[in-house]
Ligand binder design. Structure first.
Ligand SMILES: NC(=O)c1ccc[n+]([C@@H]2O[C@H](COP(=O)([O-])OP(=O)(O)OC[C@H]3O[C@@H](n4cnc5c(N)ncnc54)[C@H](OP(=O)(O)O)[C@@H]3O)[C@@H](O)[C@H]2O)c1
Length: 242
């Protein structure tokens, strides 16, 4: 095996498909998400270390990272993939606790984990940090304020890592994966029309078969993800341009 990758949101969707691609390329994977049957299934796979955590809880982020540090292995790369769309609601009505929880998961936990695991990234000499971005990082959508803000912040966060990672051989990129047939898209289609006027547009994407499968996305992105080059560091990619 050729080194360790940390994947958040590994239980399902895009994260789960990326775990498969990493294993196919002989990497060891540290997989995390909240406890579930899907996460449990990963425990049966060779070369996968499963460590559950709720990334909205800073205490969970700390214990997750302390377990990873205890493995004593350099980290070749991290894919910050865990994310949620909710809350979908008007900015003037939204629960501030739910809004903050979105930012906590989609953005703050990414900074927190990376900060705690930085020594292991340095030890690898050449390591790669990947954030999963979204079209919503550059386009504001009605009732998606928390998600749009978190993804815009995440794009800039990757650029900031790119600047500071230069000295340690750490490269960082962000990638928008397109519209993918996952639980997140179900949540979008389930949003009430009165809260989310674009709901029918996303329903049409689904009905017309426009969504990619997580497997297609992972297969298309994996080489870009694992190909550590300092030339790309700080760049944002969109799968539709690849
Ligand atoms: N699907 C799309 O069309 C699309 C488009 C653009 C960007 N993205 C991005 O792609 C990434 C993956 O999303 P997906 O579409 O694959 O959605 P998904 O199937 O809903 O997967 C989301 C992942 O995040 C994990 N997660 C959610 N809340 C968590 C928490 N509190 N603590 C730890 N893990 C948590 C989930 O695990 P558990 O729920 O099991 O804990 C799951 O593994 C996200 O960052 C999303 O913003 C998706």
């Amino acid at each position: 095996m050729t080194g360790f990758w940390v994947v958040t949101g590994a239980s399902k969707g895009i994260g789960r498909a990326l775990v498969n691609e990493l294993l196919d390329r002989d990497f060891n994977v540290i997989a995390t998400s909240r406890e579930s049957q899907e996460l449990d299934a990963l425990r049966k796979i060779d070369h996968v270390t499963v460590i559950p955590a709720d990334l909205t809880l800073r205490s969970d982020v700390e214990s997750l990272c302390s377990s990873i540090l205890d493995l004593g292995k350099p980290i070749r790369g991290m894919i910050h993939n865990a994310g949620r769309i909710s809350p979908i609601d008007f900015m003037h009505q939204i629960s501030i606790d739910e809004w903050s929880e979105n930012i906590e998961l989609n953005l703050i936990s990414v900074q927190h984990m990376t900060q705690l695991l930085w020594p292991r990234l340095q030890e690898a000499k050449r390591s790669r940090i990947v954030t999963i971005s979204s079209g919503a990082s550059i386009r504001a959508l009605h009732s998606w304020s928390a998600y749009c803000v978190s993804k815009a912040g995440l794009d800039m966060w990757a650029k900031a890592v790119a600047v500071e990672g230069q000295l340690d051989g750490i490269s960082a990129i962000s990638i928008a994966p397109g519209i993918v047939d996952t639980a997140m898209q179900e949540t979008i289609r389930d949003a009430p029309e009165e809260k989310f006027p674009l709901r029918h547009t996303f329903q049409n994407y689904f009905d017309s078969g426009d969504l990619s499968s997580p497997q297609e996305v992972a297969q298309k992105l994996i080489d870009l993800i694992i190909n550590h080059t300092m030339e790309q560091t700080g760049m944002r990619f969109d799968i539709r341009d690849l």
